[in-house]
Structures are given as structure tokens and as C-alpha cells.
Design a protein around this ligand. Structure first.
Ligand code: ADP
Ligand code: MG
Length: 462
């Protein structure tokens, strides 16, 4: 007799502490990629998995690597390689969340753009899990500050993007430092030929799992409009005024375009920030924080920079530039319509890009029709985003936690918890989202005030 396999985490043969953390995170049902890969991952097999962004790949491998961990052995037993620092931070946060009930698990991120000094300190005693970007991992390996001979689980997350970014040789170099009997998990959103090649080089008899992109994206309304080069920004403004998304990621194919478009939008009174690879780390952090805080309404970005970022409740994805790659298209639009919310994708198409549209039609197996746009209402001004973001020059280094900031803000009766949004504490600075109507009150409290007896320097950045 065969029985349906349960898709609840509670059915998995994993250590009870992991189930406890999953419960605490309110993860009950596995996502398709999680339930389809669990048996192979927990069974120690190599896995080559493809599924779109937002499908829960991180937990799929995090559960596997945490389940195998021998906590009392103070050796690095799992290594996760990610394409960017932002993704490494997100992946590390997810692993920490799932490790929360596993006492004394040390998880360290090693990425470029961060002081070497701090990283060396964090490596004095080997962490159980290391998450990082190829360049910096390689540096530590060469310095001898990172040891990989006890790695039993190796994960390549967003492998396709890492190859796009030219990390192939660095990755191979890092993998050379691990033993051959490791388990290798390779996650990718797309499935190009070079992924297959890398898999052959570093995996043995991988179990292949593919979640077809067509299975998703059903609730996303896709709108296509014609736009000539010289009126492209005009078309964008009409699209925004026709469909009125509360916020949106706007994709461009090139960094330079991101920069100019963002400037244009701001000149027109839009609350927009740019995100691309040429910005300094601090500027990238800030762009993401401002957008996630809802202190700006539009994030203008390249694919690489916005890759894998988990921002929920997105009103729309706008393709200012059509991407020639259908899988990238699906990827982009997959950021809207998450968690059962309705989503919308608006794509501007130049008349001479119709061959890309034809390719997309056959990839999506659906007919694409073009829509008309309303002209923007005369003199209409852009609504202000619901929050402002305040930067304070205090952070983890000053032993500040989000609770301390909330405490300081609500100590009098001028502000309540409801006026305070997301708080992001970085090593030296923190960002605080505040209800726009309470911005002045919050600034008054913070500027010149104290948190944990330390003087605060505060600045409203948006
Ligand atoms: P991917 O790596 O496939 O892009 P993520 O691992 O970043 O996706 O997961 C997307 C979001 O879904 C995250 O916010 C994560 O916390 C959440 N998530 C993952 N698995 C589950 C689950 N089984 N139940 C509920 N939420 C989940
Ligand atoms: Mg991911």
C-alpha cells in the first residue's frame, strides 16, 4: 500500500530542536522545493535543485546542514557560498532562525566590504557554519584563517548568478579545500548549460529536482506596453499613474540606466532610490533599508543587485527594460504576488524587441497582448511614503539592540510602538522607520538623547 507523503515539517526525521525552531518560526507546511528535496538532503545525497526566488530554498538546505551538525565538535562543518553580501546576510539570518533552539551553534558570515579584522576575530575559534561570498572566502582560505577539511555540507546558493558574476574559478578553488566525501547541494534559479557542467565537476550522482516556473506566477497580472526610447520615461510615468502601485521595483538592464532613471524620477517628485553594483556597500544597505522601511516607494535596480532579496508586499514589478532572457523575466515578476497577495508586472517593450516578446510567449505558453496607458493626471503630486527613516550613529558595537531604541523612543508618552516601524541595527549605525506624521517627535527625542547612557547622533535621511 502506498500512502501520500506528508508535507508537514513534523513528519521529517530531524532532531527535535530543529522542529522546535521551525515551530517558533511558524513554518508548518513545507514548500514544494522543501518537501521534494527533504529526503535526499536528509539522506546525505548530493542535490541539484532549481526553483524560483521566494520558494524557500534556504530552509531546504539549512535544515539539512543543521541536522547533521555535531555541535560539540568545534569545527566548521557546513559552508554556504552566496553571490552577494546581502544574500549572505539573509541566508545567515535564516540559518540562525532555524538554529535558535540548537544551543551554542556558531554561524559566521565572511563577505567582502567588511573589515578583515572583525572576521579574523570571529574565526579564532572555528564556527560551525560559515556563510560567505567567493572572493572573501578564498582570501581566508589562502591566509589559513578558514579551515574546510571538516566540511560535511557544502552549499552553492544562487549558483547561476555566481557564475554570471564570474566567480567560477574562485568557487572551484574554495571547493578544492574540502574533502571529497562531503555532501554538495547546488541551488539555482535557472538551469543553463554551465550549471550542468559545474554540477558534474563537483557533485556525485546528484538527485535532480526542478520546480517548474510555470507552477507559479499564476496570480500575477502581466501588463505589456509599447514604449519608444525617447518616450520611455514618459511611458513609465503613465504606467505608474494608470495602475497606481503603492510601491515597485523597477528593473533596468544596466547600472548606468538605473542611475539616470532614478535621477529622472526624483526630479519628477518620485520617492525613489537606486540599487546597483557600483554603489558602495553602505549606499546599497541604505537603499534596501529605505525601500523595506517604506520610506521610499520605488527601488530602481539591476538584476544582480536585486537578486534574491526578500521584500514582501510589493505592489508591482516594472520592467523598464525588457530582459531578453525569459527565465530572468519570470524571476523578476516573481517578486510581486508573494504569499498569496495579488501581484502586478508591467513591462515596457520597444517595437524592435518583438522577437524577445515572441520568445517569452512560447516560454510562458501564453499569448501576450499590449495595453494602452492613461496620461498622468496634470499636476498630480506623488504621495509621500508612509514612513521616514532616521539614521543614528550607534549600533551593535555600542551594544545597542532594537529593544533599546524602542525603549528610548517610547519612554515619554509622545510615541507608541505603533509609530515605530522596522529597526535595522548594523555594526556602527542603525536605521529606524517612523510613521511620517511622527517624524519630528522622534527626531526631538533622539537628537541629543541617550540610549544605554550613550549620546545619540540622529539624522533623518528620508
Ligand atoms: P529562495 O531562497 O527560494 O528565494 P527563501 O529561502 O529566501 O527563498 O524564502 C522566502 C521566504 O519564505 C522567506 O521569508 C522564508 O522565511 C519564508 N519561508 C520559507 N519556507 C517557509 C515555510 N515552509 N513556511 C513559511 N515560510 C517559509
Ligand atoms: Mg535564496
Amino acid at each position: 500500500m502506498t500512502s501520500e507523503k506528508s508535507t508537514q515539517f513534523s513528519s521529517l526525521p530531524i532532531r527535535p530542536e530543529l522542529l522546535q525552531s521551525l515551530n517558533a518560526a511558524q513554518y508548518v507546511q513545507m514548500t514544494p522545493i522543501q518537501s521534494m528535496s527533504a529526503e535526499a538532503i536528509l539522506g546525505g545525497k548530493d542535490v541539484l535543485a532549481q526553483a524560483k526566488t521566494g520558494s524557500g530554498k534556504t530552509a531546504a538546505f539549512a535544515i539539512g546542514l543543521l541536522n547533521r551538525l555535531n555541535i560539540s565538535m568545534l569545527k566548521t562543518q557546513a559552508l554556504v557560498i552566496c553571490p552577494t553580501r546581502e544574500l549572505s546576510d539573509q541566508v545567515a539570518a535564516e540559518i540562525r532562525k532555524l538554529a535558535s533552539s540548537l544551543a551554542n551553534t556558531r554561524i559566521v558570515t565572511l563577505c567582502g566590504g567588511k573589515p578583515m579584522h572583525d572576521q579574523l576575530a570571529s574565526l579564532k575559534h572555528e564556527p560551525h557554519v560559515v556563510v560567505g561570498t567567493p572572493g572573501r572566502l578564498k582570501k581566508h582560505l589562502e591566509k589559513g584563517t578558514l579551515r574546510l577539511e571538516n566540511v560535511q555540507t557544502l552549499v552553492l546558493d544562487e549558483a547561476d548568478r555566481m557564475l554570471d558574476m564570474g566567480f567560477h574559478d574562485d568557487i572551484m578553488h574554495i571547493i578544492d579545500g574540502t574533502e571529497n566525501d562531503r555532501q554538495t547541494l547546488l541551488f539555482s534559479a535557472t538551469y543553463p548549460e554551465d550549471i550542468v557542467r559545474v554540477s558534474r565537476a563537483i557533485q556525485s550522482e546528484p538527485v535532480q529536482i526542478r520546480i517548474e516556473p510555470e507552477e507559479t506566477g499564476a496570480q500575477i497580472e502581466q501588463v505589456f506596453v509599447f514604449a519608444n526610447d525617447d518616450q520611455k520615461t514618459g511611458s513609465l510615468l503613465r504606467a505608474i499613474s494608470t495602475y497606481g502601485p503603492s510601491n515597485a521595483i523597477i528593473f533596468c538592464n544596466r547600472k548606468h540606466q538605473v542611475q539616470t532613471l532614478c535621477q529622472d524620477l526624483r526630479q519628477q517628485g518620485f520617492h525613489a532610490v537606486a540599487l546597483h553594483g557600483d554603489l558602495e556597500q553602505r549606499e546599497r544597505d541604505e537603499a534596501l533599508v529605505l525601500f523595506a522601511n517604506e520610506s521610499v516607494s520605488y527601488l530602481v535596480a539591476t538584476d544582480v543587485a536585486a537578486r534574491g532579496l526578500d521584500i514582501s508586499a510589493l505592489g508591482a514589478v516594472i520592467n523598464y527594460d525588457l530582459t531578453p532572457d525569459p527565465e530572468t523575466y519570470l524571476h523578476r515578476i516573481g517578486r510581486t504576488g508573494r504569499a498569496g497577495l495579488d501581484g502586478m508586472a508591467i513591462t515596457l517593450v520597444h517595437p524592435n524587441e518583438m522577437h524577445h516578446v515572441k520568445a517569452l510567449e512560447s516560454f510562458l505558453e501564453q499569448k501576450i497582448t499590449f495595453s494602452e496607458l492613461k496620461p498622468p493626471a496634470k499636476g498630480a503630486s506623488q504621495p509621500y511614503p508612509p514612513t521616514v527613516t532616521i539614521l543614528i550613529h550607534s549600533g551593535k558595537k555600542d551594544k545597542i539592540r532594537p529593544g533599546d531604541i524602542v525603549g528610548a523612543l517610547t519612554a515619554g508618552s509622545a510615541l507608541t510602538n505603533d509609530d515605530i516601524g522596522k529597526i535595522t541595527v548594523l555594526p556602527k549605525i542603525s536605521y529606524i522607520a517612523i510613521d511620517r506624521n511622527k517624524a519630528d517627535v522622534a527626531m526631538e527625542i533622539l537628537a541629543g538623547g541617550r540610549i544605554k547612557k550613550q549620546k545619540i547622533r540622529a539624522k533623518q535621511i528620508r
